[in-house]
Design a protein. Structure first.
Length: 382
């Protein structure tokens, strides 16, 4: 991780403060805050404490003419800076660290920050749309959804700021729009969209096609991918069916670059019960990849949703439960926090879920951390 590169990219953020009243350089404040959040800081006090405890190290690449700013200074500066400029600089720095990911799966989804509502000012909770790079384990960017709008308007803005070449972009039913599909293709990527009943004609046509060719008794097509997953006391079987002929259906004629329609059948049973749940989901994609690759991309999208929700519930109480409703502060600070959350999400994927499954099977009350699990030390220590 190149600190010098971080300093260079964040130097493009403009300083909105009065020149004659500045005691701490803007670049010093931004770099300290980013480093502190990566080290698990969850509040402005944590960020200031981190700066004081790492003063000797920080002075190796920052001037710090008046020492470490106070927690109030960090708070006021992040209320004033342009969140878009900060995000562009941060995203450029993250992009400079990425190498060797030829076919990335970028999952775009929205989430609401807990306790970010403001009853006194009659403001609804803050809702953010974020882009998660599955292989990199990074949140690449995010956009705030206006209170009077929805995710459909925020997704195109988010797509325009991302480097999407040769990527697979996945979205849920809210993002299943022809305009968004065109925007993804224009950026040099492929789309993989959830098709639901909000497009009734297309949904009925695709469901009928797969029922006749894949699910009926004696149907000619077989599953391209058939996997089993046993965890959390459940046994799940997933079958992926792919059809390029479905792309020629009249109801799908308006979809740009459509190549494949997919149906994913999920059969879920809970241990100790005879109940079996069945669900069939449909997807539209411009990808020409093997259906096995597309099946994995679908799983990565839902893994992103689960890990993001788990991280929001358990690991970022300061950021995810913040009641601050400034037009600028939440987006700027949560952008850096989501980068830290992305690292924690890998820990949940690789360690926590495996330990919980083992705990359920063996009936153990205590268990050691999984090898290779990611654990953050408390802010300001170490």
């Amino acid at each position: 991780m190149s600190i010098e590169s971080l300093v260079r990219h964040l130097s493009a953020v403009g300083d909105p403060r009065c020149p004659g009243k500045i005691e701490h350089r803007l670049i010093d404040i931004l770099v300290i805050a980013v480093c502190a959040v990566i080290a698990c800081a969850e509040s402005w006090d944590d960020i200031a404490l981190y700066g004081r405890s790492k003063l000797a190290w920080l002075r190796t690449f920052l001037d710090l003419p008046n020492g470490i700013p106070s927690h109030d200074t960090f708070r006021r500066v992040f209320m004033l800076i342009d969140p878009d400029a900060f995000e562009r600089g941060f995203a450029a720095w993250v992009g400079s660290l990425v190498d060797g990911f030829e076919r990335e799966v970028i999952a775009i989804d929205g989430k609401t920050l807990r306790r970010s509502f403001d009853r006194r000012r009659e403001r609804s909770p803050l809702h953010l749309v974020s882009a998660w790079a599955s292989a990199q384990g990074l949140v690449l960017g995010q956009r705030c959804v206006h209170e009077t709008s929805n995710e459909i308007t925020a997704v195109p803005e988010l797509l325009d700021q991302l480097a999407l070449e040769n990527s697979i972009v996945t979205l849920d039913a809210m993002g299943c729009q022809t305009a968004i599909a065109e925007r993804i293709l224009a950026r040099g990527a492929d789309y993989l969209l959830v098709l639901k009943a909000n497009h009734p004609l297309a949904y009925e046509a695709v469901a009928k096609h797969f029922d006749q060719t894949c699910f009926r008794r004696g149907a000619p097509h077989r599953a391209a991918c058939d996997t089993f997953d046993e965890a959390h006391g459940r046994l799940v079987r997933r079958r992926v069916f792919a059809s390029t002929k479905a792309a020629s259906l009249e109801a799908l004629s308006g979809w740009p670059g459509l190549h494949t329609a997919l149906a994913v059948e999920t059969l879920r049973s809970t241990k100790g019960t005879a109940k079996v749940e069945t669900e069939i989901r449909y997807f539209l994609s411009s990808c020409r990849d093997d259906p096995v690759v597309l099946g994995r991309a679908i799983r990565k999208h839902w893994a992103h949703r689960e890990c993001a929700a788990l991280g929001a519930r358990r690991h970022l109480p300061g950021g995810r439960q913040s009641r601050a409703r400034s037009a600028r502060r939440p987006q700027s600070r949560c952008l850096a926090q989501d980068r830290d959350q992305s690292r924690r999400a890998r820990w949940f994927n690789q360690g926590q879920c495996a330990r919980q499954a083992e705990k359920g099977r063996l009936g153990q009350r205590l268990h050691a951390p999984a090898p290779g699990g990611f654990a953050c030390p408390p802010a300001g220590r170490g």
